[in-house]
Design a protein. Structure first.
Ligand code: FAD
Length: 360
């Protein structure tokens, strides 16, 4: 099923919602909205689960958890609550006008942080952007979007992140038709880059001395993708226009050559800190012993160790694409197969012909 916009358009959120509505009509599945699952537990002495919801109690033979990787916005406990500054998560950011007057510190330079900081800077705010480790793919290269490049280079299907890169965020922008995140350009436009926000004492923030290595790492990531793309073009004889300017970076701005190590929030007039620091999982509703010590589900390709309980949509469930709208279908197909296989075992009847006999 295709989206209305098609091509390489950046699809509006309302169109995505319409798309899902059309999909539910097509598969004719009941999709009750506004129903929260409060507790899922195993049935005693027989297979299946009992689940308590805001609309009643039900039983099911299988449960597929698709509650997503973005359940609880995470704000690290760095700035004490009593500090005279408003702290919000990027999930609650709406527009520059909705924030109190004053400068803004945006913590986190993934796609959310970098685009929010850019928007605030354009709106005339004084903005500090706290930059941690990140990947920085080119939005487009040689006429193709990076989503296409990740596809042909096999990166959506990577089975596991490179060692030590489990939680590295991607900084890329969909603004103005799509742009490569360019920290130096943002700084030349007036924004101040700082290292990772480490601590806060008496209203004074301290930044890690890692701004330069973090920017360098993002640059290296961008250049390596360009190298791989060029090699792919050559190896496959593609006729895509060369783009040497993609390798040219602006000069290092002053905030990179003389990075701030600390910031007195009130002296700098900072009225808001926006934490673009990601999300955590929340399985409080799952009363089944299937989580590891860190609260993450134990599973093999979406199949948990408890019969009948499955997951879809988790980061790196089977590949990089697993937690993206684009890419989840591999896991959906696998989990649906596993459910069918298990129900065939359940209806097993040796006399009548073995596995699958009940369906004939
Ligand atoms: C800022 C941001 C930008 C993104 N950009 C892109 C992008 O450009 N392209 C892309 O492909 N992906 C993007 N993603 C990822 C995309 O949003 C996810 O891949 C997609 O939403 C995952 O779908 P899901 O159904 O697995 O989970 P979700 O969309 O998170 O849906 C989970 C649902 O479960 C519900 N739920 C949770 N607990 C319960 C409960 N106990 N009872 C009942 N319901 C419950 C939640 O309310 C929610 O509706 C982005 C994500 C973020 C945060």
């Amino acid at each position: 099923m295709a989206l209305d916009e098609g091509g390489e358009a950046f699809v509006h959120k309302d169109s995505v919602a319409d798309y899902f509505e059309r999909y539910t009509t097509r598969i004719q599945a009941p999709v009750p909205c506004g129903v929260e699952v409060r507790r899922v537990s195993r049935l005693e002495g027989r297979t299946g689960f009992r689940f308590e919801t805001t609309h009643g109690v039900y039983e099911a033979q299988s449960v597929v958890s698709v509650t997503g990787p973005f359940q609880v916005p995470v704000i690290p406990p760095v700035i004490p609550k009593q500090t005279a500054v408003q702290q919000i998560h990027s999930a609650d950011y709406r527009s520059p006008d909705a924030l109190p007057q004053g400068a803004v510190l945006v913590v986190g330079a993934g796609s959310s942080g970098v685009q929010i900081a850019d928007e605030l800077n354009i709106a005339g705010r004084k903005v500090y952007l706290s930059v941690g480790p990140h990947d920085r793919p080119p939005r487009r290269y040689r006429g193709r979007d990076f989503v296409w490049w990740l596809g042909v280079l096999g990166k959506w299907d990577m089975a596991a992140p490179a060692p030590g890169t489990d939680h590295v965020t991607i900084a890329v922008s969909g603004a103005r038709g799509g742009e490569t995140a360019d920290f130096r350009r943002l700084a030349h436009d007036g924004l101040t880059l700082v290292g990772r926000t480490e601590s806060c004492e008496d209203g004074v923030l301290r930044f890690a001395p890692d701004l330069i290595p973090n920017i360098a790492r993002g640059d290296a990531n961008l250049l390596s993708l360009l190298d791989e793309a060029d090699a792919y073009v050559t190896a496959n004889g593609l006729d895509l226009p060369e783009e040497p300017e993609a390798r040219v970076f602006p000069n290092d701005p002053d905030c990179m050559t003389n990075p701030l190590t600390e910031l007195n929030l009130s002296q700098a007039g900072v009225g808001t800190v926006i934490w673009a620091t990601g999300y955590a999982l929340d399985y409080n509703w799952l009363d089944v012993d299937v989580l590891d010590d860190t609260g993450k589900p134990r599973h093999q390709r979406g199949v948990s160790s408890v019969r009948g309980l499955y997951y879809v949509g988790l980061p790196w469930l089977s590949r990089r694409g697993s937690s993206f709208i684009w890419g989840v279908w591999h896991d959906v197909t696998h989990v649906a197969d596993q459910i069918a296989i298990q129900s065939a075992y359940e209806t097993y009847d040796a006399q009548a012909g073995g596995l699958g006999a009940a369906e004939e």
